[in-house]
Each structure stands twice: as C-alpha cells, then as structure tokens.
Design a protein around this ligand. Sequence first.
Ligand SMILES: N[C@@H](CCC(=O)N[C@@H](CS)C(=O)NCC(=O)O)C(=O)O
Length: 313
Amino acid sequence: MADLILHHYPASPFSEKVRLMLGSKGLPWKSVQMPPIMPKPELLELTGGYRRAPVLQIGADIYCDSALIADVLEHLAPEPALFPEPSKGLARALAQWADSSLFWAAMAWNLQPKGAAEVFAKAPPEAAKAFGEDRGKMSTGNMTRLRPADAAGAYRSYLRRLSDMLDSTPFLLGEVPCIADFSAYHPLWYTRRIGAVKGILDITPAVLDWMDRMAAIGHGQSDKLDAQAAFDAARQATPQPLLRDSTFQDDHGLALGSPVTIRAESFGLEETAGKLIAASRTHYTLERSSERAGTVHVHFPRIGYVLKAAAGT
Ligand SMILES: N[C@@H](CCC(=O)N[C@@H](CS)C(=O)NCC(=O)O)C(=O)O
C-alpha cells in the first residue's frame, strides 16, 4: 500500500483527532505540515481548493475531512474498531455532536482574549491579526460564532455530560475508545494546551483522567515529508478503485461524469472543482488534474458538504 500522508499542522484540533486515530490503529504515516492560515498553495494544488486541516493522501487519493478519514482508516485497519457494534450509530451521532456543538463551544472559550493572547504570546503582533482575519473570512456564510460568555455555560454543561458518560466506563461508550472519544477529545486537548483557559476542565476530574487515557494512545510512528515528495507520490500513483459502497446515489440530478464543485457547508467555503466520478451513500469523489499532482481523486463526505453543477454547465 502507498504511504499514508497526513497534511496537517501541530496546533490543529481536527488533525490531533486523526493523529490519535492513526496511533490507535498502529498505522505508520508521513507528516506534511501545512500553514495554519491562507495562503496554502501546495495544499490547494493537491485538493483543488479545499483548505481545511487535516487532509489524508494515499498515493493519488486525497481524502478531505476527519470524518471521511476515520472511515478510510477503519477500512485499512479494522481493529481496534472506531465504529464498534452494537453502538456504531450512537458513536457516529455522538462524534458529530462533538465535532460541531462541542468543538465550537470549546473554541469560543479557548480563543477568548486571554486564551488568544497566550496562543500568540511568542508570535509577532501581525500573526494574531492575520489569524483573526483568516478565521473571520472562513466564518462567512451560514455560521454563527459563539461569544465566549455564551460559550462558557455550554462548554461546562458539555463537560459535565462527558463526565456522566465516564461514570462507569473508562471511555465514552465502553471499555475501549471509539470514534466518539476521538471527536470529543480534540477540542478539549486544545483547551488543555492553554494555561489561561484550561482551568475549566478542573470541574470534571473524570474528564481529565479520560483525557490522560486518550493522550496515552499517542500518534504512532511518523516521519516528516516535504510537500514536493507528496506531489511526487501523487503523480507516480494511480487512484485506487473506489471504497466499498460506491453504488451511485443521485440526489442532485447530476450524472456521473458531470463537471461539479464541492465545498464545505460552513467554515471555509473554498470550492474544489472536478469531474464527479462517484456519489455513494456516504461520500463523493471528484477526478481532477494539476501539473504537480497529476490526476488525483479527491474524496469528500456527503454530510457537511455542498455539491453543485459547475458554473456555466
Ligand atoms: N469537518 C472538518 C473540520 C476541519 C477544520 O475545521 N479544521 C480546522 C483546523 S482544526 C481548519 O481547517 N481551520 C482552518 C485552517 O486550518 O485553515 C474535519 O472534520 O476535518
């Protein structure tokens, strides 16, 4: 199998989710670092426009979004399971809540003025300004950012709910970590990195203990790779046959082979354009080419993404 190449950056919570899943599965991986804000010319050349972190590359297959990456990792290494029976529906629903409601409450809390001041303490003043402007631009569209004062109560309630789930088991849904644990962990991991705001976690000691268990999973074995080597890997590979379950499901009136665009529903609306070559129950695949990457298949989950006919078609 081609190398697993993770495009990410150290401080990205959703990337931490994937780094831990890679560690849990014992899958060795290559690490390509992207900048935390735009411009990200190399990532965009690979994805065709998608800008968020993380992105997983396997040869000429590019997987956008940590939810889809979780499915890919489960397919590659079924054990230990991220979606264990009989609670896989519950695990997915809990993970979706954690990746959205919990994440945004935590991030509003984390990046309140004293948190942001600490995060950018060692950076030049322009860095904090550039980050704020970048995230401001990403937050256009159908997205409401919580104010820290409103986020505080929600975050505390969410921490207590997680704590309740840990009353009788070491992980949220049982004896072993599942996708719900990885999704709930990463926003709290970011909180814990910031001395000025991490005290909120002290209200739930059981959550702190669970966080220690999650951190102990580690990131597995990784080696650094530069972006050029990732382009070489894409160009030299042929995209793989599509994942299981690629029966065409047309909800948009768009035939396979149509020129289309795909973008996130919210937070980072940059479009990826390409030819629609698969639309299964759970994900879309676009084929596109670029000079440095050659022909690649770029995969997106259905949930959270907007598929449209390309303009002018
Ligand atoms: N639903 C996406 C969310 C990804 C996301 O929002 N990532 C953040 C970093 S943790 C991001 O991309 N922020 C803007 C950036 O890094 O450019 C996923 O699960 O991968």
